[in-house]
Design a binder for this molecule. Structure first.
Ligand SMILES: C[S@@+](CC[C@H](N)C(=O)[O-])C[C@H]1O[C@@H](n2cnc3c(N)ncnc32)[C@H](O)[C@@H]1O
Length: 255
């Protein structure tokens, strides 16, 4: 793939950082995944890996009112935004954001009851990420994460290319479940994110923000071309959401 224009990433972040979240998911799915963590302690220690600006971290705080949550992301501006939200909502005592690479965050081993990660583990490679999460969990702890999977063997070339540049190892649900078993976890359940979980907090605000950015950059042809490129993602999803999915998986480390 050719190098993106030097203006691509600044515009990408200008768009993504302003959204309620940086990937698909919603409160209902978080609640459904949590319901699969049947023996979670009443006041669990929770770790949210790759939290972005904290869309799902805030859902977790609402769904688990006595949880203490550590939220990690390596992108400092996202963590700054989460900190500002927590201050505004009076949640600084319960959620502790941290700028760190999730693979080297210096977190104490075997210290969490629940490791949560929406749309982020694939960045490490799924096998490595699952081993990392296992090491952070107390015996009996849960791992709840989402990951992209193919639903069709014959996606259109544009869809295949867009995923393959970002996630070349993306497999099917069975591959994900095999990785979970390989890492020594017991599967508690899994489900596919419904289409509204792609739109409500992610693509609908993205398309609205793209309109605002087009107005801001209306006299800047290079920026407008890059915004058209960024607008392709929700458009492709609208055209071919049956080709791929995000799967929510909940697994338990029984030691
Ligand atoms: C697709 S976004 C999902 C964000 C958020 N979980 C959500 O669903 O809205 C993936 C996030 O993982 C973060 N990330 C990627 N690799 C990381 C790493 N090695 N360590 C920490 N965060 C990472 C990115 O900065 C980004 O915020």
């Amino acid at each position: 793939m050719s190098e993106p224009s030097p203006r691509f990433w600044p515009l990408f972040f200008e768009l993504y950082e302003s959204l309620p979240r940086q990937g698909p998911g919603n409160r209902e799915c978080a609640g459904r995944a949590l319901a699969l963590c049947r023996e979670l302690p009443a006041a669990p220690a929770v770790l949210d890996l790759g939290c972005g600006v904290g869309g799902q971290t805030l859902h977790l705080a609402g769904l688990l009112p006595d949880a203490l949550i550590t939220a990690v992301d390596h992108h400092a501006p996202s963590i700054e935004r989460l900190r500002a939200t927590l201050t505004a909502r009076g949640l600084t005592g319960r959620i502790h954001p941290r700028v760190a690479d999730m693979a080297a965050a210096g977190l104490p081993p075997a210290s969490f009851d629940l490791v949560w990660s929406e749309g982020a583990l694939y960045n490490l490679g799924i096998d490595r990420a699952l081993r990392l999460c296992r090491g952070l969990l107390r015996r009996g702890g849960y791992l709840a994460f989402t990951d992209a999977v193919w639903r069709r063997d014959d996606p259109p070339a544009a869809i295949r290319a867009s995923f393959e540049s970002d996630y070349p190892a993306m497999g099917r649900i069975e591959d994900l479940l095999a990785a979970i078993a390989r890492a020594g976890f017991t599967l508690e359940g899994h489900f596919t994110l419904p289409d509204e979980a792609w739109w409500e907090e992610f693509y609908t605000p993205m398309e609205a923000r793209l309109e605002e950015l087009r107005a801001i950059y209306r006299t800047d042809p290079e920026a407008l071309t890059l915004l058209t490129q960024l607008a392709r993602e929700p458009e492709l999803h609208r055209a071919c959401s049956d080709c791929y999915a995000y799967e929510f998986c909940v697994a338990r480390w029984l030691g």
